[in-house]
Structures are given as C-alpha cells and as structure tokens.
Write a protein that binds this ligand. Structure first.
Ligand code: ZN
Length: 127
C-alpha cells in the first residue's frame, strides 16, 4: 500500500467517525451540565414548609359531618377537611393549629369579614 493510499484510507476512517464523536461529546456535555445542576440542587438546605392555621366552620356542609375549613396561609376554602390533615391540600403549608368555630356569632363574624373582603376586592376590580 502506497503512502498516498494509506493516508486516503486514514482520512476516510477519521472523517466517518468524527461527526459521531462530536455528537457524543455534545451529548456528554449536556449530561454533565444536567448532573452539575442536580448536584447544586441536592446540596441546598431543604426549606421548611410555611406554617398555617386552619379554621373549621361551625356547621358541617353535609349530613355526614363533612366540614369546610379555611387556610390562613393561602386563603383557600377546604371542603371535606378533617382534623387528621397535616398539610394544607391547596398550598402544602404545614398545619400548626386547627381551630373549630364554637359559636354562631363566630361563624357570623367570619361571614361578615368574608363579605367585606369580597366587597373591597370588587371595588378594586371596578376602578
Ligand atoms: Zn393553604
């Protein structure tokens, strides 16, 4: 085999393999970047969940003693709340206190506050 033929043969082999090697290197670089990102995230301190307090309405919403409650963290209404919940199903905050309304007056105050809140929310929307 002449030197010229040997060089041509070597050039063809390298030219055929080079694009594949470049693709593999790009894919490895992407994998390395993803792994570095994962290492950074895994190294972060876990954030404690925010705490919330739950107010359970006085009157059940069905005859099966199903209660409606309110989360003070996200302001959500939680239908079907029960006292075994440890986290708010809407915002995921940790429940630190569950309080049940005890009097009709307390329930009435809550409804009044909600009506006032809604009124001012509507006033803000219309202006
Ligand atoms: Zn919540």
């Amino acid at each position: 085999m002449s030197e010229r033929t040997r060089r041509k043969s070597g050039q063809k082999i390298i030219a055929d393999v080079l694009p594949d090697l470049k693709r593999k290197r790009e894919s490895q670089n992407e994998l390395i970047a993803a792994l570095e990102h994962a290492v950074t995230i895994l190294g972060e301190e876990p954030q404690p969940r925010p705490a919330c307090r739950i107010l359970v309405e006085l009157v059940p919403i069905s005859s099966f003693q199903t209660f409606r409650a309110h989360c003070d963290c996200c302001d959500s209404v939680l239908d079907g709340f029960n006292d075994n919940f440890r986290f708010c199903p809407m915002c995921g905050s940790r429940i630190t206190d569950i309080r049940h309304e005890e009097t009709a007056e307390e329930a009435s105050n809550r409804l009044t506050e909600a009506a006032i809140k809604e009124h001012f929310a509507n006033v803000g929307r219309s202006s």
